[in-house]
Design a protein around this ligand. Structure first.
Ligand code: ASP
Ligand code: MG
Length: 423
């Protein structure tokens, strides 16, 4: 069986829904499970709604109306007879309205998951009904009943054993019998043992697809995107990008570790464990080949570029002129962990420890804290460029006569911290 995942951009309007249903239609001769994200920018809108709700702002009602109008306008373009789908959507919206009319609870993350999960509940309801409407029989399933997590709201941790058992119990026979009625379910959302809603972290629908793939021993997981496949660089940042046809799991994991926003980072490990290939295909031109991440070994990988902007280079020096060693490093790492600031690159000398990090909102708090024990110097507006499988040509392309402030090289990877180019 196959798992298909369609992201928000693929279902951002009525045309998008028609398009993905058209794709699904080509595969109705085989067992399929379809994971769908919230439509367009709905998750962001729900975050804004939650924000207004926690401030008890009246604005929440206008945002709620905006959310309703957006979904109803898509539905009205898809269906001629709208009464059935309208009455189902009415129910979702009434439940959501109940939530925002309640005085807000203190646990923000819990509230977040309860509210933001509606994006996927709405999108899958619409897609499933539209499929039925044009004659593709299908079954809508609530992923919150199948993916079991702990109660770390907004970043819930999957209980793999329970999840696998639940998915197998509910869907095992369906797929063993080679039943070709597609199952339609939500990405991103899950549930606790108490039946409370959780989410798997922003952009978590890829991960949901991997969880279903893992539990059902899928033959492949296909992520449908608005690009032709995986590229060797982000086309918004680099020109002359090249499509990568085959990528080994370990390479894709490394790329996402260095910051390539290709696939949600948690997605690959479960698939790698079961050697399930992950395809990335274009929902705009579904007939093209796309890219495959799988169990390959590739002798010569194309150079891959990952650019990270808004970087800060921080140099930390002990005040007492001691050397940088285990004791003060452990204090430094402790503080970075405490403030939740991920180190993108680090380098040390006898007297100084330098790190490159994203300029996050709480970076000044961290610096202040560091300054109690260390001298701290920092440079803002830096750029971190990583090249995997570098060669002279790719290095020249990146540096263009600029002199890197920090350079770090090993056999496969080179990283440069550079002053931002004027553009
Ligand atoms: N709708 C969620 C988000 O926008 C999950 C996803 O799209 O993967 O983060
Ligand atoms: Mg999305």
């Amino acid at each position: 069986m196959k798992i298909f995942k369609f992201g928000g951009a693929s279902v951002k309007d009525a045309q998008g829904v028609k398009n993905i249903v058209n794709i699904i239609k080509q595969y109705t001769d085989q067992p399929l499970l379809v994971v769908v994200s919230a439509m367009g920018k709905t998750t962001n809108l729900l975050e804004t709604l939650l924000h207004a709700h926690t401030k008890n702002s009246n604005e929440q009602y206008s945002i709620f109306e905006q959310l309703k109008n957006y979904h109803y306008s898509i539905v009205n373009q898809l269906f001629e007879n709208k009464s059935q789908i309208h009455s189902i959507l009415e129910e979702w919206f009434a439940n959501l309205q109940d939530l925002i009319e309640e005085p807000n609870v203190e646990n923000y993350d819990f509230e977040y998951d309860r509210i933001v999960s509606y994006g996927e509940l709405l999108s899958t309801t619409i897609v499933s009904h539209y499929m039925q409407y044009i004659g593709i029989d299908n079954q809508w399933i609530d992923a919150r009943q199948l993916i079991r997590t702990d109660n770390t709201y907004r970043e819930a941790q999957v209980d793999w054993d329970k999840t696998q058992r639940k998915i197998k119990r509910q869907l095992g026979t369906h797929y063993e019998a080679k039943n070709t009625t597609p199952i339609v379910t939500q990405g991103f959302i899950a549930g606790t043992a108490e039946g409370l809603t959780t989410t798997l972290g922003r952009e978590g629908s890829d991960f949901s697809a991997a969880i279903f793939g893992y539990a059902l021993n899928a033959n492949e997981v296909v992520i449908w995107k608005d690009v032709d496949g995986l590229l060797n660089a982000d086309p918004k940042q680099f020109s002359n990008t090249i499509k990568l046809d085959k990528i080994p799991y370990s390479e894709a994991i490394e790329l996402s570790y260095y910051g390539a926003s290709i696939i949600h980072p948690k997605t690959l490990k479960p698939l790698q464990n079961k050697k399930i290939p992950l395809k990335v295909k274009s929902f705009i031109s579904p007939e093209t080949e796309g890219s495959v991440i799988g169990d390959f070994s590739i002798k010569q990988m194309t150079p891959c570029f990952i650019g990270k902007k808004n970087q800060m280079l921080i140099s930390i020096m002990p005040k007492d002129f001691s050397f940088i060693a285990e004791e003060n490093l452990s204090t430094i790492f402790g503080l970075f962990a405490h403030f939740g600031i991920k180190i993108n690159l680090m380098q040390n000398s006898a007297l100084s420890f330098s790190v490159c990090v994203d300029e996050k909102h709480n970076i000044n708090d961290l610096i202040e804290e560091l300054q109690t024990e260390f001298f701290v110097k920092y440079n803002k507006d830096m750029e971190l460029i990583t090249i995997r499988h570098y060669d002279d040509k790719s290095i020249n392309l990146v540096l263009q006569n600029r002199k890197p402030i920090v350079e770090q090289k090993n056999r496969t990877t080179v990283q440069y911290v550079l002053k931002k180019t004027l553009s």
